[in-house]
Design a protein around this ligand. Structure first.
Ligand SMILES: NC(=O)c1ccc[n+]([C@@H]2O[C@H](COP(=O)([O-])OP(=O)(O)OC[C@H]3O[C@@H](n4cnc5c(N)ncnc54)[C@H](O)[C@@H]3O)[C@@H](O)[C@H]2O)c1
Length: 592
């Protein structure tokens, strides 16, 4: 008969433990909350009170429910007080010896049929289990941070776990309103195995000063719709915990991409553990506070000393595809006079028609006044002649992603445009310097990588080459702000920030599927409900297109020669078979 859990225990009341206590108590279970000492208890109490207090203040919980929740929790430093619990979850720090010791002691205290669960993020549950007298009743119950918010729970079943144990734990997780997925015992399970390579990579970019912390975080928030950037997330997770997770994953898989970036260890040694210590990649108002306060690294936001901005009032756009039309709309709506150039009169007309249709849709949806739409259109002029760009202060090209085509265009622009005009490419994969070098003014050439659809997506990656002049960079950054975009600045290498962080993760997801560790549905669920991502990796791959994804992965691999970036064979096979995602009706999933 299935266990009916009414009294449970939680050991370790830090970032995770205190949240797990709340999840249980909110759902009517009596909870014994244990920490090593009084300071630990006080800290746990504080986290719990803070979280429930916020829920109360926001009207998400009644006073009655709030008080009842607290009454169900008993705080204690005595492990013996857990004797009557039917299930105990440990959430002590991510150290194997400590977890084995805690469960070993617990094993002698609780009843024979009680379930012992570990909230480890990466350590081998099997090894923790065999430290007890009855490994069959040990299971992983991996909650996500913050536990009261994130719906996902990984239930880790070792080769020894009894069927009824993981089934009962899964049923309990469902009762708690969570979405549990049962997985095998492999370092990082589903979500962390996919997440931590990405987080580690972001730290490496930060450590090498490829982009600032603010830009790295903004890139993933505004380019991918992530709820938090990678460095913000690491601060939330805790850098000590993150280090242990990466270290365990590296030792198990020997994947160099999981070897903790040296900076993480340095920060841990310096006591910069993230939010919980008040200082991590960012500085917080106090230990445990979510409020970021300015510090030495906070950008001033102004134009650098000694740099004078170039004036930009007349802008040119070259191209007639989706990106070009979107960029014309963004610029014209912001009040700039835009001249666009397409290859023929028909294409000039087609661009105008798409523009008119796009604006009409916005008016229909009540996002734009008709008068504003008319004024926007009045600012736009089309031409089939490149020489129409002679007077532009800035030209953005969005022609075909083909280097020869782009170089031909840049040679022409160099001839046609006035001295001092800025020439920008919106390439997502070609080196910007290859466009710059065919002109006589490489200092005026810059990348402006817009995201699709340009009127909606906030992000623009502003890419400087080794030749780009500081005033060109500052002018383009300023222009992005003027037209309502978030500019992040990075160097000229494959994938820039977003694709370089995103695609290796997507590739890892394909490799996980290929290895039959989890299904596409479970992996998508893990990343959406565990990490709050807007789409799971397979949903996203099918939307982006498998051929496009494969091309980006190949480029990343060729640029960095990282073994881990080599495209997963399964992706190659799907592309070969013509399964390209939604656009072909079949990718990782089949569409109607
Ligand atoms: N931080 C995350 O985002 C996250 C997410 C999921 C799972 N986890 C896992 O949860 C576990 C806890 O991580 P955390 O981030 O909450 O760590 P933390 O450092 O915030 O909290 C650990 C708590 O354990 C207490 N503790 C230490 N030794 C103890 C002992 N012998 N007996 C009782 N309590 C003891 C500490 O006082 C502290 O309150 C780890 O296994 C971690 O991998 C963490």
């Amino acid at each position: 008969m299935a266990r009916d859990f009414t009294t449970v225990g939680v050991i370790g009341l830090g970032t995770m433990g205190a949240g797990i206590v709340e999840v249980f108590a909110r759902n009517g279970l009596d909870v014994f909350a244990v920490d090593a000492d009084d300071a630990g208890l006080a800290h746990g109490r504080e986290i719990l009170a803070g979280s429930t207090g916020r829920a109360l203040a926001r009207g998400k919980m009644t006073q009655e429910a709030h008080d009842a929740l607290h009454q169900r929790v008993t705080f204690t430093t005595a492990l013996e007080d857990l004797a009557g619990c039917q299930l105990v979850v440990e959430a002590v720090p991510e150290q194997l010896a400590l977890k084995k010791d805690v469960l070993g002691r617990l094993d002698r205290i609780v009843a024979a049929d009680a379930v012992l669960a570990t909230n480890t993020s990466s350590l081998p549950v099997t090894e923790i289990a065999v430290a007890t007298s009855n490994p069959k009743r040990v299971v992983g119950m991996h909650f996500f941070n913050p536990a009261p918010v994130q719906q996902f729970v990984e239930v880790i079943r070792t080769v020894i776990t009894a069927d009824d144990v993981f089934e009962d734990v899964k049923a309990l997780a469902e009762r708690l309103g969570k979405k549990p997925v049962v997985v095998g015992d492999k370092a990082g399970f589903i979500a962390n195995a996919l997440l931590f390579g990405y987080l580690n990579h972001a730290v490496a970019m930060y450590e090498s000063r490829y982009a600032t912390r603010e830009d790295l975080d903004a890139a993933m928030r505004f380019g991918c719709g992530y709820p938090m950037g990678p460095l913000q997330l690491l601060d939330l997770i805790g850098l000590d915990t993150a280090y242990e997770i990466l270290d365990t994953m590296y030792k198990q898989g020997r994947d160099r991409l999981h070897a903790p970036t040296p900076l993480i260890k340095q920060m841990v040694s310096a006591g910069m553990l993230g939010r919980k210590s008040g200082r991590g990649f960012y500085t917080y108002a106090a230990a445990g506070s979510p409020e970021v306060v300015p510090d030495r690294q906070t950008p001033s936001g102004g134009v650098p000393d000694g740099v004078a901005l170039r004036e930009v009032t007349r802008v040119g756009v070259v191209g007639s595809g989706v990106m070009a039309v979107g960029i014309v709309e963004v610029l014209a709506r912001a009040g700039l006079a835009v001249t666009y150039v397409a290859r023929s009169d028909e294409k000039v007309e087609a661009v105008r028609a798409s523009l008119v249709a796009g604006l009409a849709r916005s008016v229909e949806k009540g996002r734009l006044e008709q008068a504003e739409a008319d004024a926007t259109l009045a600012r736009v002029t089309g031409s089939s002649e490149r020489k129409a760009l002679a007077g532009a202060d800035l030209v953005i090209e969005a022609v075909a992603e083909d280097l020869a085509v782009k170089q031909d265009l840049f040679r022409d622009l160099d001839r046609i445009c006035r001295p001092g005009a800025i020439l920008a490419t919106t390439t997502s994969s070609l080196p910007v310097i290859d466009c710059a070098k065919v002109t006589s003014r490489p200092q005026d050439v810059v990348g402006m990588h817009f995201f699709n659809p340009a009127p909606v997506m906030k992000l623009v990656e502003v890419v400087h080459t080794v030749s780009t002049a500081p005033d060109v960079l500052a002018t383009v950054q300023q222009l992005c702000a003027t037209v309502g975009k978030v500019a992040v600045t990075c160097g000229d290498r494959a994938g820039f920030v977003v694709n370089a962080l995103l695609f290796p993760y997507l590739n890892d997801a394909v490799k996980m599927l290929e290895a039959n560790y989890a299904s596409a549905d479970d992996i998508d669920t893990a990343m959406k409900t565990g990490c709050g991502l807007p789409m799971g990796p397979f949903e996203l791959l099918d939307v982006v297109g498998l051929d496009v994804s494969l091309a980006i992965e190949r480029e990343l691999y060729l640029e960095f020669r990282e073994r881990g970036y080599a495209p997963a064979p399964l992706l190659e096979h799907l592309v070969t078979a013509g399964y390209l995602g939604r656009k072909s009706g079949r990718g990782f999933r089949t569409y109607a």
